[in-house]
Design a protein around this ligand. Structure first.
Ligand code: URA
Length: 186
C-alpha cells in the first residue's frame, strides 16, 4: 500500500511542478510540492514558498524553516517525521499573501489530494493563511491559537506561522505552548 501511495504522491508532485492553473506560475522559479514520509500521521501546512523555497523547490528551508525545526526539536521531533507543505505551492510575487482564487485553485487541484493520500491524524495549521485555507475562517490567531478542532473527519492544531514567532517573543511563547499541546497528544 505504501508503494502505491508513494507513486501517487510522486505523480501529484510532478503535476504541481508544471502546474499553470493560476497566475502564480508566471513568476515562480520552482513550484514546491512538499516533502515528508507518506503516509504520515502529522501534516504541517504553511502559507506559501518564500525565496529560498522558490529557488530550490523544497518547503521551509529558509529562516522560517530553521525556526520550525528548532520548535520541533524542543518537543523531541524532527522535520523528517512530518509531511510539510504550504497552502499554495508557488511563491507569490514579493511574498504577498496568496489571493483567495489562488488558494482555492491550489486546494482543489493539489492540497486536497495530498491530504487524502497522506491521511494524517493531525494537521498543524501555521498562520492565518493556513487557517483560512482549511477552515475557511479569518480569525485573529491570538484568539484561536492552541485550539484543536475536528473538521472534515480530521484533527487540527491551530498555531502561528514561524515567521511571526521569530519576530515577536510573545508569539514565540504562545507557539511553544501550542507545540507542547501537540506533544501531549502524540
Ligand atoms: N513559509 C511557508 O509557509 N512555506 C514555506 O515553504 C516557507 C515559508
Amino acid at each position: 500500500m505504501k508503494k502505491v501511495i508513494e507513486k501517487e504522491i510522486h505523480s501529484i508532485d510532478e503535476g504541481i511542478k508544471c502546474c499553470i492553473k493560476c497566475r502564480l506560475c508566471e513568476s515562480r522559479k520552482n513550484a514546491v510540492p512538499g516533502e515528508g514520509p507518506v503516509p504520515c500521521d502529522l501534516f504541517i501546512l504553511g502559507e506559501a514558498p518564500g525565496s529560498m523555497e522558490d529557488r530550490l523547490g523544497k518547503p521551509f528551508i529558509g529562516m522560517s524553516g530553521k525556526f520550525l525545526e528548532k520548535m520541533l526539536a524542543d518537543i523531541g521531533m524532527t522535520r523528517e517525521q512530518i509531511y510539510i507543505t504550504s497552502s499554495v505551492k508557488c511563491r507569490p510575487p514579493k511574498n504577498r499573501p496568496p489571493k483567495d482564487d489562488e488558494l482555492r485553485i491550489c486546494k482543489e487541484n493539489w492540497l486536497n489530494k495530498q491530504i487524502s493520500l497522506i491521511n494524517p491524524k493531525i494537521i498543524i495549521l501555521l498562520g492565518k493563511t493556513a487557517l483560512k485555507q482549511m477552515m475557511g475562517i479569518s480569525e485573529s490567531l491570538m484568539d484561536c491559537h492552541g485550539r484543536m478542532p475536528d473538521h472534515d473527519g480530521r484533527k487540527y492544531l491551530v498555531t502561528f506561522h514561524p515567521a511571526a514567532a521569530m519576530r515577536f517573543p510573545k508569539i514565540r511563547q504562545e507557539m511553544e505552548k501550542d507545540f507542547r499541546k501537540l506533544k501531549s497528544l502524540i
